[in-house]
Write a protein that binds this ligand. Structure first.
Ligand code: DGY
Length: 348
């Protein structure tokens, strides 16, 4: 026994982040060195007697893992902002702390959220495929070919353009507000959002911050579905938001509205969404996350919908952001093991 605290890191998270852990003389780092997911059996074997474990999104932190670690386990650090893969009541029961990585990924995810809204509204999924498959010559330019709803305000030169544009946010946290910040430049005029508690103060703050907005209102799910030209799903995952967007919600949406999900796949009922697109209840969907990911086959009804633009969960995938997440997760685990304040800790 070295007398040091053992910290298990289940993926190679980059030299900079690993360096933070290795630099601490009181920590023994046990690392799965491959650039692949560590097998569960390796994790269960190596976590025995560990003080901390650094995991990535999707690795289940369950009773099996906590039991395998034994009473030495003090901290779990997840390199993600979401933590529905972690059994939070179990950690609370064992007084195990949980670190996570909010903030650093806000801008990257907001970028891709806006990008997906435009990709979906402007038929980018379908039209990219046409070029890639060498079929451009079969669809020569014509006035209304591939036209979609415009998610920006055109100005007085076009009297046919819409003059109001409402963005609806299911969940109005950091990423939602960073998304709105970007949309202001596109002329969004009205905002609807859902929140768990009365948020009239938030509405006023947003109105003060963006004087070009006509209105900012906390809404029910139904009001938001019916009133939005683009709906952004930006709630945490987990049981509370399971199938938040299902048939009922989708049926209430405008037929030329766009749905964007960059939160968690479980928030949207995939079968209902495939039906909504097929039967044209809504215009299009842009998804960075899908229920059951990454095991989605090319035959999945949603994947086959031409107006579903689906990305393989790359919301935070910029180099800068991933380094920021990895280093924050590393600092969290070191602080947790040493019993110090973490940069970002979940209140269990
Ligand atoms: C997270 O950190 O939870 C994101 O979904 C990963 O990109």
């Amino acid at each position: 026994m070295s007398g040091k605290s053992k910290v298990v890191v289940i993926r190679h998270i980059g030299d900079e982040a690993l360096g933070i852990i290795q630099a601490n003389p009181n920590i023994d780092l046990v690392l799965w060195k491959e650039d692949t997911q560590a097998p569960r059996s390796w994790i269960l074997e190596n976590i025995k007697g560990a003080s901390g474990i650094l995991v990535v999104m999707g690795e289940p932190v369950t009773r099996e893992l906590v039991d395998a670690a034994g009473p030495s386990l003090k901290v779990v650090s997840t390199m993600s902002v979401g933590y529905e893969h972690v059994d939070q009541p179990l950690l609370a029961q064992h007084k195990i702390r949980l670190g996570f990585t909010p903030d650093v990924l806000t801008e990257a995810v907001a970028d891709i959220t806006v990008m997906l809204a435009f990709m979906a509204s402007r038929n980018v999924g379908e039209t990219l495929a046409i070029v890639q498959e060498g079929k451009w010559s079969t669809v020569p330019w014509s006035p209304f070919l591939f036209t979609g709803p415009q998610l920006s305000i055109s100005g007085p030169s076009n009297p046919s353009a819409r003059t109001r544009l409402t963005a609806g946010f299911l969940g109005f946290g950091r990423i939602a507000q960073a998304t709105l910040h970007r949309l202001i430049a596109f002329g969004v005029t009205d905002v609807l959002f859902t929140a768990r508690s009365d948020s009239s103060k938030v509405s006023q703050e947003i109105l003060d911050k963006y004087p070009t907005l006509h209105s900012v209102k906390q809404a029910s799910n139904d009001e938001l579905a019916a009133g939005s030209d683009v709906v952004f799903v930006l709630t945490p995952g987990g049981k509370e938001t399971y199938h938040l967007v299902g048939e009922e919600f989708l049926k209430k949406m405008k037929s030329n509205a766009v749905l964007v999900n960059t939160a968690r796949g479980t928030c949207v009922d995939s079968d209902a969404l495939a039906k909504a697109l097929k039967e044209k209840w809504i215009w299009a969907a842009g998804l960075d996350v899908v229920e059951g990911e990454p095991n989605i086959s090319a035959d999945h009804p949603l994947v086959k919908e031409p107006r579903a633009v689906i990305l393989p969960h790359i919301g935070s995938a910029t180099t800068e952001t991933r380094v920021g997440m990895a280093t924050r997760a590393a600092r969290n685990i070191v602080a947790g093991v040493l019993g110090e304040k973490m940069e970002a800790e979940v209140d269990l």
